[in-house]
Design a protein around this ligand. Sequence first.
Ligand SMILES: Cc1cc2nc3c(=O)[nH]c(=O)nc-3n(C[C@H](O)[C@H](O)[C@H](O)COP(=O)(O)OP(=O)(O)OC[C@H]3O[C@@H](n4cnc5c(N)ncnc54)[C@H](O)[C@@H]3O)c2cc1C
Length: 379
Amino acid sequence: MFGGALPKAEITIIGAGVIGLAVAAQVAGKDRAVYILEQNETFGKETSSRNSEAIHAGIYYPGGSLKAETCVAGNAQLYELCQRYGIGHRKTGKLIVATEEEGVGKLEALLDQGRRNGAKGLTMLSAEEIKELEPNVEAIAAIFSPSSGIIDSHALMKYFLNRAKEEGAKVAYKSKVIGIERLSNGYEVTVENRSGPFTFKTEVLINCAGLNSDRIAQLVGIDIDKAGYKLFYCKGEYFNVGNRKNRLIKRLIYPVPEPSTGGMGIHATLDLEGRMRLGPNARYVNEIDYKVDESQKGLFYRSVKAFLPFIEDDDLEPEMAGIRPKLQGPGDDFRDFVIRHEQDRGLPGFINLIGIESPGLTSAPAIAKHVEGLVKEIL
Ligand SMILES: Cc1cc2nc3c(=O)[nH]c(=O)nc-3n(C[C@H](O)[C@H](O)[C@H](O)COP(=O)(O)OP(=O)(O)OC[C@H]3O[C@@H](n4cnc5c(N)ncnc54)[C@H](O)[C@@H]3O)c2cc1C
């Protein structure tokens, strides 16, 4: 696509994960030249294809945060998109279960937060009510979230990509952004592709580079330590549950979360084929490496045994891993998504999306609308 004369873009998006693609689908059109640059050979090879594929309801995040707002809005928008365009999904519903008395108070606080955030239809269930829904789950209380579900994340990305292309956006794979220079009316972007490095100009530059988004911010000259943009990698591994145990649950089953651990707690999810898996754990790591550490198996088994007593050690097989791009370091308090037009840092036309961890998949359509609002201030 970059053969011959170098193009001049109105909008350039770095990264073809679910966020970059959703943003592209939202801002393309209006005869604008919109480009998506992706370093891999195709879209969605990183975090967007290495997650639980859960459509979250918006329970876990503090009121007023971008995570809460975009998750609640994204939940409704995703179901609408799925229905209208035939994207694979299932509104399974979900239980967040307490197995001990001390967890019940935490569930009540979570229920209250979820309701204030606008998560739909949340109710508290007793042990008997849990047994009616999920006879094989052991718990003394649970939040039932009927609007939680699962989605085919690849099909969702394909939908966003096709919509962006139909609106005239162009995507360049194997094209890695390696340099950004501020110009008086935009940015000069240096890209490395098969034929070597080349540069082009763009008015608006949108950083959707996932695990690499802090380094893109650094390329444009932002001091990421000062700005609080430095990312921590937090690995999440999954184990597949075999021996036909997948038939023993119908919904997603999550434990009471421990926010300090950096995840929602090792939970049981189902995919659209009905396969069951456990995960993800949450381990801060220094490198991007998607291997599953088999020695974590014991931890997985022990984490779920109290509420999924039917699981045995030899049901578990290592499956896959993803890495969360976290602004929150080990033991840190809650950090929200950064979605920001960096005009006040002397970077008009530069929009950062950093720390787009869970619930980023659910939030994607709402994040895209938010970014469209920022683009309208510029173009
Ligand atoms: C273990 C785990 C479980 C999760 N579970 C859920 C869930 O159940 N529900 C939910 O809603 N969310 C979940 N999430 C979060 C969700 O997966 C992410 O928020 C979302 O996928 C982020 O998408 P993205 O497009 O920002 O990042 P990515 O998918 O990582 O995309 C970024 C893209 O940028 C490209 N890129 C980077 N640098 C450059 C460069 N220099 N030049 C060109 N391209 C570049 C990368 O190659 C990549 O393709 C989970 C995340 C993890 C890790």
